[in-house]
Each structure stands twice: as structure tokens, then as C-alpha cells.
Design a protein around this ligand. Structure first.
Ligand SMILES: *Cc1c(COP(=O)(O)O)cnc(C)c1O
Length: 477
């Protein structure tokens, strides 16, 4: 009888005195645990009232039995909320700039710089030379000027914010000309036409999806035109019968009509990627050299730094952007400045590929990955030998993905570790690995779990190996 069972529900006070819950209280605070316990109890009470059976043969101590059930349900709930907090994961997908996994990991120097900035005070807006109030980002701007020869720079929260503030400052109330082949959606909420509307400017589309000529831009220019926007088609390519105006020609056109040429580069690539087989990823320097007046890009894509949006260009234009009240809303904090400056210093010292993880991963040769993968399989087999004899390991040729909207369709040749078991489905393995204390994120293809060590830090291999061994040893199927 449900009513009968309900009468045996333990009190909150009784539950709070239980040993495991006492441990939880020390970890999470008494009120917090009590509140969660109330939620869990309410759920169990609902289930009982709905006539859930299972207690027909009443155990000797029904209250104790219910207390155990509530305790178990509480721990399930807490585990789930722990998974939701930001935590380290192992990225075995081979996608280097994985937006869902936090894009670019920082290198040791950048991490140290962030830690120092975070732990104490710093000269964020203080001029150590004069002892007076200084400007945010002075050092960073000097570094960018030295690296790229640009006149001025500004930093905001991300590239989307950069595009918004540039257009709001330079085109509000006027028109922005964009090729129909460049009306990009970056994912979810960032769409070029919507950002233009939000900036207070009007979109003027020219050309067609596959072909837009210089003359198309010229014909559209009128007394309301303020900006010509060139957007990098990050995550798609128009191929076949195509034509695109040359950036230098667009710059000349803009100068002739006293307009501003603004390039949204997306990726912020600083190095020549031709050797990696990537030909259509322009560098920031190329964009500036072609004559773009203002250029914007992300800090956490190919640049390999923290989430941020970098704006470079003519001093007069950057000054207007910095004077926009939106700047205060979009600016970044000391930790981002520290990480970004340190990342850029790696470029200045000529150590970018060694020190910036995203670039190290991008430049890792397939042979090197293969060597690590072979050693990994050897160790995995040794650890799991007798536990699940039906588990098969293979090395496959495959592709790693750069991600972050860089070179869609292209990839970096890699060696993949493929794992397959007749008694454990790939989906079950994927879920098991995802629920570890340090979750491992993998790919599934054709019923196999695939691991790409390109994006796994060597220090993470052991943890991953142990998670796999534990999974294969467990009696799950
Ligand atoms: C990625 C991208 C953006 C958005 O950058 P976030 O830093 O993610 O805000 C904008 N424009 C282009 C062309 C991009 O590739």
C-alpha cells in the first residue's frame, strides 16, 4: 500500500545524520545538501504516491530501505550536476579547434601568465613609467604593431563582438555592401545579415552566390554607403563556376569612393599553412597588405590564444571604435590580456609552433601520431588482455580536422586507433568514456570507436588508457 509506505519515509534530519551524507555536507555545505535532499525526497514521494510498486513484500526496516534509496538518488543527482560544471576533458576527436570543447588550449607560458594575472594585481590600466592611470592593452597593441606593422589595435570579447562594434561605429545609419557569396552563418546565432542589422546599419547585397565582381560592388555604391565588408567564408566553400573580387581591387574601390574596407577574417591565421596543404586561409598580414582598412579575427581559432576578438587597422578608425560606448560592454579582462600577450610573444620569439598547442597539433606529422598510437595499442592490449578477449584494435588512416571554421572539407592525414568489441557496442563505449572522472570524447564510425591522438596531450594518454582498461574489465555489455 503506497500510503502505508509513505508513512515510513525517513525525516530530513535522520537523513542528514547518515554517514555518507555527512561527508557530502563537509564537501558541499549543509544547506545545499538539505535543499537537494528535499528535491530528491519530493521525487520519491511522487513516485510512491503514483503507486510505484516494489515494496509489496515489506522489508523489516522499510525506513532504512527508503533512506538508502533516497541517498542513492541524491548521489545520482549530484553526479549529474558535477558533469555540468566546466571541467577538463580529453579530446580524442582529432578536431583541433573544437568549439564545443573550448577551442584553442593555451600553452604553459600563457597559462602561467593567466595565473599570475589572476592571482594578484597587475598594471592592467596603470602606467608603470609615469605612475599614472594607463590604458588597457597598451603592451598588446605594441606587440601587434611590431608583428604586423598595423597602426592600431583593439581587443573585445570575441570576433562576433568585433564585427558588431566595427560596423556600429563605422556604418550606423548607413549601408554595408556584402557579396551574396559571403552572407555567412558561423553557427547558431552569428549571421552576417543579423549582425549588420543589430549594428544599426543596412545590408546591401551584391552579386550572386557563386560570382561577385568588382563592378557589382561599384554599381551598388551610393551616398549612404559607408563600409564594404569582406567576410571569410569560414565553414563552407563555393566551388565550381565561381568568381570573387580581389581584396586589393576592393581596397582601391573603397579609397576612390572614400569608403572603408573591413575584412572579417574569422581565423586570425599568422603562419603560412601551405605546407600543411591549406591554401585558402589568408593570413592577417596578407589582408592588411592588400589594403583592408580594418581587419577583425578571433583570438582562439588559428591564432591559438584565449577567446577574444582582435581588431586591427588605421589609427583614426580604431580610435573611433575605442570611443564607442559599446567598447566598455565588450572589453576583456586582465586574464585574457595576459593570455593573449603571452601567445603573441610566442610568435614574436619565433616559437609559435613549439609553444602554442593548437599549432603544435596542426604541425604534428602523421608518422609521429602513428608511433604514439602503436605504443598506445600495445599498452592497452597488455592492460586488457584477459578481460575482454573479443576487443579488437586496429590502426586506420584517417583525417584530423582543424575546426573553428578553418578549411572545411580538408583535413590533416592522421592515424586513428579503432576499437571494437562484439560484447560492447561502440555507443556504450562512447558513453562510458564520456562519463569518466576525466571524460574522454571520441568519434564513432561504422560501429567502431575512433581515437585520434593528435589532440590528446601525451600526459593524458595514461588517464585515457586506464579509463579504457576499466571499461573493458567491467562486466558491462
Ligand atoms: C568564427 C568567425 C566569427 C565569430 O568568431 P567568434 O570569435 O566565435 O565570435 C566571425 N566571422 C567569421 C568569418 C568567423 O570565421
Amino acid at each position: 500500500m503506497p500510503e502505508n509506505t509513505l508513512r515510513h519515509l525517513p525525516s530530513i534530519d535522520l537523513l542528514l545524520r547518515r554517514e555518507r551524507i555527512q561527508t557530502l555536507i563537509r564537501e558541499m555545505g549543509r544547506e545545499n545538501v538539505r535543499d537537494r535532499l528535499r528535491e530528491t525526497m519530493a521525487e520519491i514521494r511522487r513516485q510512491l504516491a503514483a503507486g510505484r510498486n516494489g515494496h509489496e513484500h515489506q522489508p523489516v526496516d522499510l525506513t532504512e530501505q527508503l533512506a538508502r534509496e533516497i541517498e542513492a538518488a541524491l548521489f545520482v543527482q549530484i553526479d549529474r550536476s558535477r558533469l555540468a560544471g566546466v571541467r577538463e576533458v580529453i579530446n580524442a576527436t582529432g578536431v583541433i579547434l573544437h568549439t564545443n570543447l573550448g577551442r584553442a588550449p593555451l600553452g604553459p607560458r600563457a597559462i602561467q601568465a593567466v595565473g599570475e594575472a589572476a592571482a594578484g594585481y597587475c598594471n592592467l590600466e596603470y602606467d608603470l613609467d609615469t605612475g599614472k592611470r594607463g590604458k588597457r592593452g597598451t603592451g598588446l597593441v605594441a606587440t601587434l604593431r611590431g608583428m604586423l606593422g598595423c597602426e592600431a589595435a583593439a581587443v573585445v570579447n570575441n570576433c562576433a563582438a568585433a564585427v558588431l562594434i566595427v560596423l556600429n561605429t563605422l556604418a550606423e545609419g548607413g549601408e554595408v555592401i556584402v557579396s551574396r557569396g559571403e552572407l555567412v552563418e558561423i553557427g547558431g546565432s552569428f549571421r552576417i545579415p543579423d549582425v549588420i542589422t543589430r549594428s544599426g546599419a543596412r545590408l546591401c547585397e551584391v552579386g550572386t552566390t557563386n560570382r561577385t565582381r568588382l563592378a557589382d560592388y561599384e554599381k551598388a555604391i551610393n551616398e549612404n554607403t559607408r563600409v564594404i565588408l569582406r567576410a571569410h567564408p569560414s565553414n563552407y566553400r563555393v566551388t565550381g563556376f565561381t568568381e570573387r573580387a580581389d581584396l586589393a581591387d576592393l581596397a582601391a574601390l573603397a579609397r576612390k569612393h572614400n569608403l572603408i574596407l573591413f575584412e572579417d577574417l574569422g581565423s586570425g591565421n599568422m603562419v603560412d599553412l601551405q605546407a600543411r596543404g591549406i591554401r585558402d586561409e589568408p593570413t592577417v598580414a596578407q589582408s592588411l597588405a592588400a589594403g583592408a582598412h580594418v581587419v577583425a579575427f578571433s583570438g582562439d581559432k588559428l591564432l591559438g590564444g584565449p577567446q577574444s576578438g582582435i581588431i586591427l587597422g588605421q589609427a583614426a578608425l580604431i580610435d573611433r571604435i575605442k570611443g564607442n560606448p559599446l567598447m566598455r560592454a565588450l572589453r576583456v579582462d586582465k586574464m585574457i590580456f595576459a593570455a593573449l600577450e603571452s601567445t603573441l610573444q610566442s610568435y614574436v620569439r619565433g616559437k609559435a609552433i613549439e609553444e602554442i598547442p593548437a599549432l603544435s597539433m596542426l604541425f604534428t606529422e602523421k608518422e609521429q601520431i602513428e608511433g604514439r598510437a602503436r605504443a598506445f595499442i600495445r599498452r592497452a592490449k597488455k592492460l586488457t588482455r584477459d578481460r575482454r578477449p573479443d576487443c579488437q584494435w586496429e590502426l586506420l588512416d584517417g583525417l584530423s580536422v582543424i575546426g573553428g571554421g578553418t578549411t572545411p572539407g580538408a583535413g590533416l592525414p592522421t592515424k586513428l586507433i579503432a576499437m571494437q568489441s562484439a560484447s560492447l557496442s561502440a555507443e556504450k563505449m562512447e558513453e562510458h568514456l564520456r562519463r569518466q572522472a576525466v571524460p574522454v570524447i571520441v568519434r564513432i564510425e561504422e560501429g567502431r570507436v575512433l581515437l585520434d591522438l593528435r589532440t590528446v596531450f601525451p600526459a593524458q594518454e595514461k588517464i585515457m588508457l586506464e579509463s579504457i582498461a576499466a571499461m573493458l574489465a567491467a562486466q558491462v555489455s
